[in-house]
Design a protein around this ligand. Structure first.
Ligand code: SAM
Length: 204
């Protein structure tokens, strides 16, 4: 299986792999990306390639802060395997997700710059990015875990009304509730597998 793993003297960090969890957890964002897309975090380029494959997407700008990751994707020729007109839509910039400002506001912002799937305050980080990029639609990696975690903490059922309220509280135009009527059930299924009970340490 292909994987992007950084090996250091103190351990390893898996940034991306072709496990079902890694791809399924980005699928919704890729499937609903439109127009000018800004993607935070290159990784293996999977999300960028899949967003660019959509005819509704005109441009994909990927922001990656690690030059070695950019070089890895260049050498592995991921985008060269796409149809040439699709590859031509993708631009990779060496920049920081928290400071990058596009020339014109994005239509879709997708953010995936984290190692663990769950981050309790991740929406705050995404609001910082969104303030810089704009984006009529936003999808961030692990958003379902944040929603499920907050529902659990509040003792609320994961139903349509709870999800709508928790998403509204995030003040981000999230892809998910409007696109998938079964989004609460999808969150439930994913959280049962990947989110530990509230108030216990979450998996890295
Ligand atoms: C989980 S991987 C992205 C995987 C990617 N979505 C894919 O489909 O292959 C996260 C990437 O974000 C990058 N990254 C981490 N912090 C960043 C930041 N502040 N700005 C830009 N890139 C960042 C990492 O170097 C890594 O390449």
């Amino acid at each position: 299986m292909a994987a992007l793993v950084r090996v250091t003297p103190t351990g390893t960090s898996t940034w991306m792999s072709m496990t079902p969890m890694e791809t399924e957890s980005q699928e919704l964002g890729c499937r609903h990306a439109v127009g000018q897309v800004v993607i935070m975090g290159l990784g293996m380029g999977w999300a960028a390639a899949n967003a660019a494959l959509r005819p509704e997407v005109t441009r994909v700008t990927v922001i990656e802060k690690d030059p070695e990751v950019i070089e890895f994707v260049r050498q592995s020729a991921v985008f060269a395997q796409l149809p040439s007109e699709v590859a031509a839509r993708i631009t990779v910039l060496n920049d920081d997700a928290f400071t990058y400002i596009p020339d014109q506001p994005a239509d879709t912002l997708m953010a995936d710059i984290w190692l663990p799937l769950f981050g309790a305050d991740r929406d705050e980080e995404v609001r910082r990015m969104h303030a810089n990029t704009g984006g009529r639609r936003v999808y961030f990696w692990g958003q379902e875990m944040v929603i499920a975690h907050r529902a659990r903490l509040a003792g609320l059922p994961l139903d349509t009304a709870t999800v709508a309220q928790l998403v509204a509280d995030m003040r981000l135009p999230l892809i998910g509730p409007g696109e998938r009527p079964d989004y609460p059930e999808l969150i439930q299924t994913a959280a049962a597998r990947w989110l530990k009970p509230a108030n216990t340490p979450q998996p890295a």
